[in-house]
Unconditional design. Structure first.
Length: 132
């Protein structure tokens, strides 16, 4: 009998997020005053260490929402009632942003365009690799 060993280590997974049409969020043209959402991103195996690399040429605000079923979306709050979903407000230049969604089945990003912008958003997160 051959013994099978399980892997259980963390890996870094960078990828350009997708919008709700399934297209990569790469050089996406955003219209001022419009709200956009990313496609749901599975987060079951996330270690809670997450970054966004955001490339933009005009003002955008980014928050995130969490879900367990990809249908019902919630803003996460702490026990004192403080919203924990802020990523960045009125970003006008390229930035690597660290934030910590700890427990979620899925996350999605909400991007509010404050002035016409072209953006690329890459998610970089640490997740547990539990494959065989």
């Amino acid at each position: 009998i051959q013994e099978v060993q399980m892997r259980n280590h963390s890996v870094i997974k960078p990828k350009v997020i997708k919008d709700t049409t399934g297209a990569n969020w790469s050089l996406k043209v955003l219209a001022s005053g419009t709200t956009y959402y990313s496609d749901p991103i599975p987060f079951f195996y996330s270690d809670g260490y997450t970054s966004l690399l955001v490339l933009t040429n005009a003002s955008i605000t980014i928050t995130y929402e969490v879900s367990i079923d990809k249908s019902n979306w919630y803003i996460p709050y702490d026990v004192d009632g403080t919203a924990l979903n802020a990523v960045v407000t009125a970003l006008t230049a390229d930035r690597w942003i660290m934030f910590s969604p700890q427990i979620a089945g899925y996350i999605r990003f909400k991007v509010v365009c404050n002035s016409n912008a072209t953006t690329t958003i890459t998610l970089i997160h640490k997740k547990t690799d539990v494959g065989i």
